[in-house]
Design a protein around this ligand. Sequence first.
Ligand code: ADE
Length: 363
Amino acid sequence: MAIVSSGSPAGPARPAAPVAKPGLLDPSSAPDDATTSEDTAPLQREDSLRPRRLADYIGQRELKQVLGIAVEAACSRAEALDHVLLYGPPGLGKTTMALVLAEELGVRCRITSAPALERPRDIVGLLVNLQPRELLFIDEIHRLTRVAEEILYPAMEDFRLDLTVGKGTTARTRSLPLSPFTLVGATTRAGSLSSPLRDRFGLIQRLEFYGLDDLQAIVQRAAALLQIDIDAAAALEVARRCRGTPRIANRLLRRVRDVAAVGGHGRVGAELVQQALSLHRVDGRGLDASDRRLLHLLQHGYGGGPVGLDTLAAGLGEDPATLEAVVEPFLLQQGLLQRTPRGRVITAAGIAHLEAHPEPQAA
Ligand code: ADE
């Protein structure tokens, strides 16, 4: 079944895409400030480089295959796609995948994040405005309040809203039917999700760091969209330095483009990439100054460890949750750092990397 490569599941139920541009916020119908309070500027900047269909989405083979089957099946049954939980480090394409799913289903995607859903009416407003089979994307879903979670349970399970009307002895529960919809939740911390919420997702998928070949292809695709003339070796050099993360690859590519433009370079080669990214203190393996500071503190401040996350975070002036969810995963994946029951430990490869990059440690 050529589900993924077709990228366009056929089926009798597939509706025409709505006039509203799929995947973008529709501020005219946003309830209160639930979807508008977040900063959407980075989203818009990334938007021009995002793949729109499954067939254009490079990498994450297994994820594409699983979701491709689920989309095709949902379309053929004319049903909403089952709820999807996407987890993994930031920048790997969770939001992009939600937008791709909406495009494949031919429906609109409403985007919000858990911190914007502080008041019960924020989530209620979003839910009641959903049209049949639409996607609701909630980023950082592990940060939902308990009240918001409890509103979501019957909404996810039975497409029903249970509202309490009145107070004290006159309080009554009213049920309101909702359109069948798909919740796509994204988190960097799947372990922080409550199990009742996690159990209500029919599809739970992890996004992996990308391999070099896929990253090189992503850089070449982005370069074409940005009209940057880049050779294959240069694209590979960006791929090597982007921590397995497309969002970083695209960011680095823009920095390379700046250096190329200012230096009056034509075609971008590997040497120019090295020069441009050294300027931004991104080393040949993709580690940046904050990664090296972490390894340096671990090795020279704590004799290589073990040291607890909170101690390490305090020494770096970082928030422990950010350190754990954003900085550490790539260092762990690269085998430069280990998590042990007694704390973080630098590995032999981590020590070798520090020795190869003996730059002064910036504050
Ligand atoms: N840009 C960012 N992520 C991408 C991906 N997975 N495939 C293609 N282009 C991308």
